[in-house]
Design a protein around this ligand. Structure first.
Ligand SMILES: *Cc1c(COP(=O)(O)O)cnc(C)c1O
Length: 346
């Protein structure tokens, strides 16, 4: 008996999804940044431009998550994040598009007391999309509060669908399996074999889905996750576990090896959501050389990692390196105070 060869496209199409994102996102060259820092040919995969409420990586995940919610007959989405969470903003937007209510639990992680942080950027957009917001006391656990909120809503006869923080479960990660498929095709079309893909790594669904998709296609391109929160061992375990679960869901178990999962945790700085000098340099360089907008929490730190590795000689000048831009543009406005002081722009 012969079994049919594994087709990633066929398998992905078996999962319901909602058309939330503008796809495919573009793969663009960054010649002026490359000239500035030297080293390999630099490319940018524009997942900041997914189109859902200023864009970002959560749109691809929510396409699958929202479809699952609708399939279960949910009448509202419940989720959790920081006050400047891009994930909460895009979840609120996805709920609005589907005609569902959105309940958002916002943690106070002690990141900032500024007026902009507490009222502008993602928070402003959460409110514009009509999210019903619960703000927690400093240090309170958002996961616990979200579980309680889900129970309260059920008690009132509602049908809540809980979206995990960052949209990072196997269903959400399918969005980045899809991105891997898209990216492999784009590289083929322009005739490059990337030496590495560099991406921010937080709740892990992006890196896990990307790796799962690549390996399921037999593509061995390395993926370098730049951690924004957890120490390397913790983050690598998180990415690997989620990649294993995502591959199981897809029906290609064992696609991702533990060695495929690589995280660099040296660009986190003082902690999640706290800006670093190298991150701010990256934001400035990308804005001035390539007109690309990065944020201080995720994409700026990931770009700082990319710039560091280019300068440190990780790549040959003949290499092609892809920066996966995960978004965060709206967050800039919540962190505008960073750009006025001595760490700011000259
Ligand atoms: C959520 C987020 C990330 C991290 O993606 P994960 O899938 O959570 O690892 C990176 N960049 C931006 C802008 C994000 O909002």
């Amino acid at each position: 008996m012969t079994s049919k060869p594994f087709s990633l496209r066929t398998r992905l199409n078996e999962f319901a999804r909602v058309e939330l994102a503008h796809l495919p996102t573009r793969l663009e060259a960054m010649p002026r940044l490359q000239a500035e820092i030297g080293g390999p040919a630099l490319w940018i995969k524009r997942d900041d431009a997914t189109g859902l409420s200023t864009g970002g990586n959560k749109a691809r995940k929510l396409a699958f998550l929202l479809a699952e919610a609708l399939g279960q007959g949910a009448d509202c989405l419940v989720t959790v994040g920081a006050a400047q969470s891009n994930h909460v903003r895009q979840t609120a937007a996805a709920a609005a598009r589907a005609g569902l209510d959105c309940f958002a639990v916002l943690e106070d992680r002690g990141v900032s007391d500024s007026l902009a942080y507490k009222s502008n950027g993602n928070y402003l957009l959460d409110r514009l999309h009509g999210a019903q917001i619960t703000r927690l006391e400093p240090g309170a656990d958002g996961k616990v509060a979200m579980a309680e909120l889900v129970e309260r809503l059920r008690g009132k006869g509602r049908k809540p669908y809980a979206v995990p923080g960052g949209g990072s479960n196997p269903v959400g990660s399918l969005g980045y399996v899809e991105c891997a498929r898209e990216l492999v095709q784009q590289c083929r079309d322009i005739g490059i074999a990337p030496r590495e893909i560099v991406v921010a790594s937080g709740s892990a669904g992006t890196q896990a889905g990307l790796l799962t998709g690549l390996r399921a296609l037999g593509d061995m391109t390395p993926v370098l996750g730049i951690g924004v929160r957890a120490p390397r061992a913790v983050q690598e375990a998180r990415v690997f576990d989620l990649a294993v679960a995502t591959a199981d869901l897809l029906g290609c178990p064992g696609s991702v090896a533990r060695d495929d999962v690589v995280v660099d945790d040296t660009h986190i700085g003082a902690g999640y959501g706290l800006a670093t000098e190298t991150g701010l340099e990256a934001i400035s360089l990308f804005a001035r050389r390539e007109a690309q907008l990065l944020d201080p929490v995720y994409s700026g730190k990931a770009a700082a990692g990319l710039i560091h590795h280019c300068r440190a000689g990780r790549y040959a000048t003949t290499d092609h390196v892809i920066f996966l831009h995960t978004g965060g543009t709206a967050g800039l406005f919540g962190y505008c105070d960073l750009f006025g002081g001595e760490m700011g722009l000259s």
